[in-house]
Design a protein around this ligand. Structure first.
Ligand SMILES: Nc1ncnc2c1ncn2[C@@H]1O[C@H](COP(=O)(O)OP(=O)(O)O)[C@@H](O)[C@H]1O
Ligand SMILES: [Mg+2]
Length: 253
């Protein structure tokens, strides 16, 4: 039984087909990278999987259950984790409280009390290196720390599938290497399948993903083991120019 299965998933905005008949399978514990030029439909695909948008066509299955029509919070309860399926961070609440909310409104909903939720928060904050800041008001965190808090919050939801949307945006290359190693470790430890958009930094993608899906104009262009996907002539064509720039960035860092 696969964890997630998309069949012909399609989403239109007016005349624009943002996601165009995409088929995708994600297995339990898999580390999948999603890449594609701006506007290729990546975020819309995440929104379809997490239930922010409903599909215009196609079906979505999670552990063989048809979840096509489920609202976002019910998808969170069955194990699809994405930080903003639950209330956005409360700026005035502490970092610890924000993560505890994840614990209480995720897969363990109704099964964890406040005390246990706070303990889970401490656990995931330690994992993400934010334990020392747990009593701070979340508004006082730096943007990178806020991302880490959101990841801790998503993990506290105990997802079987974790969708990470540009989790590494705004980080420097050294932090990104650290993040990639950490996310991989967490995925393995917690047996979570992680689908991550690893944008702009090819090295991070290669280090993170076992498999890569490349999107282009709403369609799935390539879906293959990472090296194979990156060497695919269709992918090289889509990324021509971009890759060269990134290689230069990587060398100068
Ligand atoms: N809410 C929306 N309303 C109208 N068009 C949208 C909306 N969200 C995304 N789009 C369009 O859908 C296409 C795919 O966007 P998106 O999924 O954000 O791509 P990506 O994340 O790959 O950059 C783009 O052309 C974008 O302008
Ligand atoms: Mg996007």
């Amino acid at each position: 039984m696969s964890l997630l299965r998309l069949q012909g998933v399609t989403k239109r905005f007016g005349g624009l087909v943002a996601v165009d008949h995409v088929d995708l399978v994600v297995e339990h514990g898999e580390l999948l990278g999603i890449v594609g030029p701006n506007g290729s439909g990546k975020t819309t695909l995440y929104n379809l999987i997490s239930g922010v948008y409903l599909c215009d066509e196609g079906r979505i299955f999670f552990e063989d259950e048809d979840i096509t029509d489920l609202p976002p919070y019910e998808r969170a309860h069955i194990g699809i984790g994405r930080s903003f399926q639950i209330p956005r961070p409360f700026g005035a609440a502490t970092v610890r409280e924000n993560v505890a909310i994840g614990a209480m409104f995720g897969r363990m909903i109704g099964k964890v009390g406040e005390k246990e939720a706070l303990e889970m928060a401490d656990h995931y904050l330690s994992m993400l290196g934010l334990y020392e800041k747990r009593h701070k008001v979340s508004n006082s965190l730096t943007p990178v720390e806020k991302k880490l808090m959101e990841i801790a919050r998503a993990l506290a939801m105990k997802p079987k599938l974790l969708l990470m949307d540009e989790a590494m945006a705004g980080m420097n290359p050294k932090d990104i290497d650290g993040m990639v190693a950490l996310i991989k470790k967490i995925g393995e430890q917690e047996k979570i399948a992680i689908v991550s958009m690893v944008e702009h930094i090819m090295r991070a993608l290669v280090n993170f993903a076992e498999r890569v899906m490349v999107m282009h104009q709403g369609k799935k262009l390539v879906d293959a083991p990472t090296q194979e996907a990156l060497n695919d002539p269709k992918v090289i064509e889509v990324y021509l120019g971009r890759l060269t720039l990134e290689d230069k960035d990587a060398q100068s860092n």
